[in-house]
Design a protein around this ligand. Structure first.
Ligand code: ADP
Ligand code: MG
Length: 475
């Protein structure tokens, strides 16, 4: 009986399967194909360089043991890395390669002696989140449903989240998009869904990632020329949670890759959960085809919690922290901080800290001082909207005029000032400033900033505008 690559590999697989976790076997061994056997060298085809490095890093021992059993002490393993030119393909790795087409297929052979402990090719695609065999979910266990108090403001989103958690990928809430203002619990709820799924379905691969990190990983993968590894990685996830997708606005490359990943996951019945600070209709600079995907499932809004909910959020937090606080003080804080749960919690934490550092009793007076500071402090965080409002008020025009396409000098100057201050006082990119101030591009914003700089050193009147507005924005 002739020994073929296939039979050798099948025997190896049998041994490997018995010795590692089923999920790991599925992820890392099923996609491999035995390609050829010459003398003592078995060639296997792996879908990517990343795959090869992963195998070398985590499974080199078991590969060696199994292959030595089959081929003796001189056994060698050759990896053939199939570079993919396309993606979005459902089963990109299982297609047969007719040998005649081999040259058309970009492939790269890596000859790895099995006793090579540190392969020269290191994993260039460091994915935060992959450790050991399992993909770490990056979930915060404190952000649970239990700790996410229910109120009118979040009932729909919360129950949709619970439904998704009990049947990930199996409800019509796919994707589930949670949207709402800053500090209203989007991140918390997104984690809670993931935590609950992990609890109910430990074998599912859940991944939480911010859109910002996702973008960064994507950019890195393009730089390092392993975009396909990036895509492949995201395509094997069962439940993908992407936080703050508004961050993708204007980033067409990342949107494009996300579109393909999304489609793949969706087609395969995987669950996608997204959060955003805006409803899909209000998202700017997100491609239409992506927006339409966002609308496939359910968009659930988190609104500002009412007074009762704010009180129960505070009580729950104090209870968990083991702190006692008189009801009237809790109510005072809840009454005065309305728009943001994060600030609400922040105020209560400062209150506890103040009283324990200074050994002061927690009184209404102390609460008043802290709430005031808190409310003032958070006002400092200026938004582009706020800047536009201040600037247009200053010049006594409305925001529409400020944003209009007119070339009237005083309006152009007002708009340029708004752009200048947006650059100075926010972290927004030039592109995003431009898109928010009358849909201009980044070059226009850059030009505006330079013009303001120039004019304020040459034109006294203009300098005064800058100073006046700076003052208004700083109080
Ligand atoms: P967002 O992502 O919308 O900006 P977060 O999810 O970070 O907001 O929430 C801010 C803080 O408020 C977190 O500490 C979160 O635990 C808390 N929080 C928000 N909503 C609730 C809620 N319904 N119950 C308990 N805590 C909440
Ligand atoms: Mg958040």
């Amino acid at each position: 009986m002739s020994v073929t690559a296939q039979t050798v590999w099948n025997n190896c697989l049998e041994f490997i399967k018995d010795n590692i976790q089923p999920q790991a076997y599925k992820t890392w061994f099923e996609p491999i194909q035995a390609v050829k056997l010459t003398d003592n060298a078995l060639s296997i085809q792996v879908p990517s360089k990343f795959f090869y490095e992963w195998l070398e890093e985590h499974y080199v021992k078991i590969l060696k043991v199994s292959l030595t059993k089959e081929l003796g002490e001189k056994a060698k393993l050759v990896y053939i890395i199939k570079m993919e030119n396309t993606y979005g393909n459902k089963q990109p790795f299982t297609e047969k390669i007719p040998s005649a087409n081999r040259s058309a297929m970009k492939s790269q052979e890596v000859d790895v002696p099995l006793n090579n402990k540190s392969p020269e090719l290191r994993n260039p695609f460091v994915i935060p989140g992959i450790r050991n065999v399992k993909i770490e979910s990056q979930l915060n266990p404190n952000y649970s449903f239990e700790n996410f108090l229910e109120g009118d403001s979040n009932r729909l989103a919360r129950s949709a989240g619970l439904a998704v958690a009990s049947k990930p990928g199996g409800t019509s809430f796919n994707p589930l998009l949670i949207f709402g203002g800053v500090g209203l619990g989007k991140t918390h709820l997104a984690h809670a869904i993931g935590v609950d799924i992990k609890d109910k379905y430990p074998e599912k691969t859940v991944l939480y990632i911010s859109a910002e990190k996702f973008t960064q990983q994507y950019i890195d993968s393009v730089k390092k020329n392993n975009r396909n590894d990036f895509i492949h990685f995201y395509q094997i996830i069962d439940v993908l949670i992407i936080d703050d997708v508004q961050f993708l606005s204007g980033k067409t490359g990342t949107q494009d890759v996300f579109f393909h990943i999304f489609n793949h996951l969706h087609q395969n019945g995987k669950q996608v959960i997204l959060t955003s600070d805006k409803a899909p209709v209000d998202m700017q600079d997100i491609e239409q085809r992506l927006l339409s995907r966002f609308k496939w499932g359910l968009s659930a809004e988190l609104q500002t919690p009412d007074f009762e909910t704010r009180v129960s959020i505070l009580k729950n937090k104090l209870y968990r922290d083991g702190v006692d606080m008189p009801d009237d003080i809790i109510e005072y804080v809840a009454k005065n901080i309305k728009s943001n749960v994060r600030e609400l919690e922040g105020a209560i934490i400062s209150l506890i800290a103040q009283s324990s550092f200074n050994k002061k009793e927690i009184t209404i007076d102390l609460a008043r001082v802290i709430v005031e500071k808190f409310v003032k402090n958070t006002k400092r965080e200026v938004s582009i909207d706020y800047i536009q409002k201040v600037v247009s008020d200053y010049f006594q025009m409305d925001i529409d005029t400020l944003q209009s396409k007119t070339r009237k000098r005083h309006i152009v100057q007002a708009r340029q000032l708004a752009m200048f201050f947006a650059k100075k006082f926010t972290k927004a990119s030039l592109a995003s400033i431009g898109s928010q101030i009358g849909k201009r591009d980044h070059a226009t914003v850059l030009h505006a900033c330079k013009t303001v700089d120039n004019l304020s050193s040459t034109d006294k009147q203009f300098k005064k505008y800058v100073e006046d507005i700076t003052k208004k924005l700083s109080v």
